[in-house]
Design a protein around this ligand. Structure first.
Ligand code: ASP
Ligand code: MG
Length: 403
């Protein structure tokens, strides 16, 4: 028998009707003769609502207690979905991540999965039960509940698919797959039938909301066959895999991210070791840095600007300011009103004209670029936040509407 992992996002389990719909999809897969492992997110906006509840009580709750709170959303989903399957007469069991033994690091709110115990789940599968597992969470060595970061249920699903060698990991959501841009911004964005792990990883990391980026990293590492599809419409989704058949003459997509902020350290010493000190300090505080730009050194000073997630802005500013004397900079500037737009495509590796086309689109739209950053298969630009949607449309049109 082959094992299929099916993950359903918050909108797919929003209410009783949607849960019955999801139970129908699970039942169909099970009755076709597969073993089924189901991973669920919290219903609808539950996680946001829980965060709001916490804020009413304490504006700076500890991360441990936050995890304790947020992990409850998924528990509701798995229990309700199991009840729906029971009412259809199907054998099933719901389990929390700690009942399963999903062991993670101890970084509350951003934990990484280290190991998954197989005993309990395997015993249930051996009994031919459908196993429903809470996504987005695990437990650390001390036995405390951890969460994997917003959107982390995708990562739970892929990790389980890898651990139990599933034939396929299906990520069900409310859209029918991955598009060349967000269809809410670009109405004629195209559906992608397939995309490579690398392209998907770049798109996910650059703000395309479809998949949690660590889930794609894991899928690539363990060669998990992934499919993103809609729980509301029965049609083919997007397959994420190592190589695709698509000709690489254009890009896979345009992504945007407006949840970033820029920090500039002005007047750093122009000495070896300065960048190391700055970024080592931030990394020790678990603050991820994205685009980095160092100015050409003046006589004895230089500037370094970089972007962080906006949720980390205040922490980063505080840590840097506390260390102003050690780091020896003149002053710090921050800007929360910025956004990033990226193009991603395996073809960028061999086709150097593509970056120029992107810049041309921005020039024609009269949009000013503040910073540029590239990887093998991606080009990102930093812009004023107010220009971001227009930039996405202009770039998408340049690549997909012009011949
Ligand atoms: N419920 C969590 C969130 O909203 C995890 C997830 O849905 O993947 O971020
Ligand atoms: Mg999600």
């Amino acid at each position: 028998m082959s094992l299929i992992v099916q993950k359903f996002g918050g909108s797919s389990v929003r209410d009783a009707q949607r849960i019955r719909n999801v139970a129908g999809i699970i039942a169909e897969t099970y009755l076709e003769g597969n073993d089924v492992l189901v991973v669920l997110s919290a219903q609808g906006d539950t996680t946001d609502d829980l965060i709001a509840k916490a804020e009413e009580i304490n504006s700076h709750p500890s991360k441990r207690e936050m995890d304790m709170l947020l992990s409850t959303g998924e528990q509701i989903s798995v229990a309700l979905c199991a009840m729906a399957l029971e009412s259809m007469g199907l054998p099933c069991v719901s389990l929390t991540a700690w009942q399963v033994g999903i062991q993670t690091t101890a970084v509350h709110g951003d934990a990484r999965i280290k190991r998954i115990d197989s005993e309990r789940v395997q015993a249930e599968l051996d009994q031919h039960r459908i196993v429903l597992i809470t996504g987005f969470q695990g437990m650390d060595r001390a036995g405390d509940v951890t969460t994997l970061g917003r959107g982390g249920s995708d990562t739970s699903a892929v990790a389980l698919a890898a651990a139990f060698r599933a034939k396929l990991c299906q990520i069900y959501t409310d859209v029918d797959g991955v598009y060349t841009a967000d269809p809410r911004i670009v109405p004629n964005a195209r559906h992608l039938d397939e995309i490579t792990y690398d392209e998907m990883l770049e798109l996910a990391s650059q703000g395309a909301g479809v998949l949690h980026n660590r889930s794609v990293e894991l899928a690539k590492k363990f060669r998990v066959d992934l499919e993103v599809l809609s729980s509301l419409e029965r049609k083919p989704g997007t397959k994420v895999k190592e190589v695709t058949k698509v000709e690489k003459t254009t890009i896979a997509g345009v992504a945007k991210d407006t949840s970033i902020a820029r920090i500039a350290l002005i007047g750093l010493r122009h000495n070896p070791g300065v960048a190391f000190q700055v970024f080592d300090l931030l990394s020790k505080h678990n603050i991820n840095v994205d685009l980095i730009l160092q100015s050409i050194g003046r006589e004895d000073s230089k500037d370094i600007s970089f972007t962080v997630h906006e949720k980390d802005l205040e922490d980063a500013r505080a840590i840097l300011t506390e260390n102003q004397e050690v780091l020896c900079f003149d002053h710090i500037e921050v800007d929360g009103n910025i956004g990033k737009v990226s193009i991603v495509g395996a073809g960028l590796m061999t086709n150097c004209g593509m970056a120029a086309r992107m810049f041309e689109a921005l020039y024609e739209a009269g949009i000013n670029i503040q910073m540029i950053n590239t990887s093998e298969i991606r080009v990102s630009v930093l812009l004023d936040e107010g220009d971001v949607d227009r930039a996405v449309r202009a770039i998408h049109a340049k690549f997909f509407d012009e011949i």
